[in-house]
Structures are given as structure tokens and as C-alpha cells.
Write a protein of this length. Structure first.
Length: 240
């Protein structure tokens, strides 16, 4: 399976070409991340990057279930089940992709990174940015509302739900600001298969909340998906 990559900025392209490190975010409950795609993606990334780390956003998935109105017991049970399923699929795909390093050492539930000092510092920057940066806040509120509409089967979320839904962005945007620092590498690329408006905003402008030169961001998706994809509310040039 081949993939296309579109780094967002010239600096993102430089970070991508350096091939030091890449973060794969595997969303829970997302049918895109089936075994075939994961295996092909990991094999494709392994040919281009020295190190791969996979992050599974278990805690933000759990919190979004609560925001959508599901009972706590259901949210915990579903998150546990989805996380276990995703981990098994990732490790199986990792082995099938022929990556030599142990997959178990490179698959990280987000909940396991929450206590890391670097991650906590980056998250505090995001929280502060959402409070002080009107443009970023507006963008993230729109993303939160879009993600919740999907979970609510098209129903309109309440303003309180949209506000509470910012939590998943608070949890995941730190990687777009400093995954190189979180994983202790010289440079790092984060990516997704759909555009992420908040990430694109951070990388495309200046301001206090701006990724350092060591951080890259790209859209990476299967090469056969030539049609445009909708932005993620819930990342071309073919490289053989």
C-alpha cells in the first residue's frame, strides 16, 4: 500500500525529510485504522523514519463519551474494550510490517503519558492558549461541536457540551507543539489522514503558541484516495 504525504510548511517538509521520528495517532472507534491500513502505513513509515511511536488517545476518548452523555460505567467499559482491540491490532500490524524494534515499547496509551512532565507543560501551554487566543479558541470550539455532532448522530450539542469537548483537544494538541520533546528526539512529525484545523492554525501562523523548528506536521493518506477529505472534527506527492 502506498501513501501520499503533504507537509504543511517548508519547515514541516524539512522535519519530514530528516526522517528522525514520527508519531502515529490511532483514534479509537475509527474504522479507518483497520489492519490493512495500519500494516501498510507502518511499513511505509518504517522506510522513512528511524523511530515510530504510536499514541492511542484512550483518556480523551473516554472523556468524550462522558461529554456526549453516556454513563460513566459504559464509558469506562467501552474505552477499555476499544483500547485493548486497538493495541492488539497495532502490535499485530507492527510485526507484520517487519519493524525490528519491539512494538510493545512504542505503543503508548495517552493516559500513560499524562503524568510526563514535558507533556504536562505542553498541555498547560495549550490550556493557556485556549483561554487567551480568540482565534484558536473559536477554531477548537468548532472542532468540538463537529466531533460531538458525530457522536450524537447529528443532534446539536449544547454549549456546555461543546465547551467540555475542548478537553480532547487540550489532550492531543500538545503532541503538535512538541512530540520531539515528549519522546526525547531531535525532531518529530505528527500527522493524520484528515486535515486538523487547529493543528493547521498552529503551524501556519506566528504567536505565542507556535511549534518549534523541531516539530513537523503533515497530511498522510492512502495514495488511492485522490478525492478531497473533510476536515477532522472528531492530516501530495507520492513517495514509493
Amino acid at each position: 500500500m502506498e501513501f501520499t504525504d503533504t507537509p504543511l510548511t517548508p519547515n514541516c517538509a524539512r522535519v519530514f525529510e530528516s526522517g528522525v521520528h514520527v508519531v502515529v495517532g490511532v483514534s479509537l472507534g475509527n474504522s479507518y485504522f483497520n489492519g490493512d491500513v495500519l500494516r501498510g502505513l507502518l511499513r511505509w513509515l518504517h522506510a522513512r523514519f528511524e523511530t515510530i511511536d504510536v499514541v492511542v488517545p484512550d483518556s480523551s476518548y473516554h472523556d468524550n463519551l462522558l461529554v456526549a452523555g453516556h454513563p460513566a460505567a459504559y464509558a469506562k467499559r467501552k474505552t477499555t474494550r476499544e483500547t485493548a482491540t486497538a493495541r492488539s491490532r497495532i502490535l499485530r500490524s507492527w510485526q507484520q510490517a517487519g519493524i525490528g524494534a519491539s512494538g510493545a515499547e512504542h505503543v503508548h496509551p495517552l493516559s500513560a503519558l499524562a503524568g510526563d512532565a514535558v507533556y504536562r507543560s505542553l498541555r498547560a501551554q495549550v490550556v493557556r492558549g485556549l483561554a487567551e487566543d480568540a482565534e484558536l479558541r473559536r477554531c477548537c470550539l468548532e472542532m468540538s461541536a463537529s466531533a460531538l455532532r458525530s457522536q450524537l448522530r447529528g443532534a446539536e450539542p449544547s454549549p456546555g457540551q461543546v465547551e467540555a469537548g475542548l478537553g480532547y483537544l487540550e489532550a492531543e494538541l500538545p503532541f503538535f507543539l512538541g512530540s520531539a520533546d515528549v519522546f526525547g528526539v531531535a525532531s518529530s512529525v505528527c500527522f493524520y489522514h484528515r486535515p486538523i484545523p487547529a493543528a493547521e492554525l498552529l503551524f501556519s501562523r506566528g504567536g505565542s503558541l507556535h511549534p518549534p523548528p523541531s516539530q513537523g506536521y503533515a497530511l498522510i493518506r492512502p495514495a488511492h484516495e485522490a478525492r478531497p477529505v473533510p476536515a477532522e472534527g472528531e492530516m501530495q506527492g507520492v513517495r514509493p
